[in-house]
Design a protein around this ligand. Structure first.
Ligand code: UVW
Length: 220
């Protein structure tokens, strides 16, 4: 039985990828490391320090742990500045109606984002009250594709993993959902999310009816 939907944030509920890109770009330019939109794709679903590590590697930069922490902090300051402007208008199409439908039908809602800024973002989007549980990224030891973040969400909701659907926009996230033994829905392009049980092109295709229908087919 479908009892919960666990959402990724960036790229599913709102599109913060551009803000992450601009913030990383500012930092990368400052330290003289090449960084473009294509590389930014690799950072989807990946935490802050891990993302920095990937960027430094590609620029062949070796830094001390202390220097890395300072750069990560600086990137986050740029990012925080950019997300101040987020309003409910930044919700991706169909997300608010879906949250309402889930709530009305007694289906639990959780957020499983690797971002330590997730609470600020859902606050700005004015959707905080829909969530029964928001995973604190700071408490997660292993990032996506490890299933820890999705398993934590289900455990906190007191629900079996198989009764949850996870929604993601990136490969690492889909792999994390599958490793947690949940049904995985991908939003976006098929080629980057081969393991997904269902892929929709746009968020406005996500309705409770579609979720229920696919969930029952999947569990036959
Ligand atoms: C990510 O980059 C996903 O996380 P944060 O917002 O914590 O930097």
């Amino acid at each position: 039985k479908l009892e919960a939907v666990i959402f990724d944030l960036d790229g599913v509920i709102t599109d913060t990828a551009e803000y992450h890109f601009l913030a990383w770009k500012k930092l990368a330019d400052k330290i003289g490391v090449p960084f473009d939109r294509e590389f930014n794709e690799k950072l989807k679903g990946i935490g802050r320090l891990e993302s920095l590590e990937l960027i430094l590697n590609q620029g062949n930069k070796k830094l001390t742990e202390q220097e890395k922490l300072e750069l990560a902090k600086e990137k986050n300051e740029y990012y925080l500045e950019l997300i101040q402007g987020i309003t409910p208008a930044n919700l991706l199409p169909g997300i608010l109606p879906l949250l309402k439908e889930l709530k009305e039908n007694g289906i639990k809602i959780a957020l499983a984002s690797a971002s330590k800024n997730a609470k600020t973002v859902i606050d700005k989007l004015q959707i905080k009250e829909y969530f029964d549980y928001v995973v604190d990224a700071a408490k997660i030891k292993k990032g996506k594709p490890d299933p820890e973040i999705f398993m934590t969400a289900a455990e906190e909701l007191n629900l079996p993993y198989q009764n949850c659907i996870g929604i993601e926009d990136a490969e690492a996230g889909i792999l994390a959902i599958k490793a947690a033994k949940m049904m995985a829905i991908g939003v976006g392009k098929t080629d980057s999310m081969k393991e997904a049980d269902l892929i929709v092109k746009d968020t406005d295709e996500l309705t409770l009816e579609l979720l229920k229908q696919r969930f029952s087919i999947n569990n036959k």
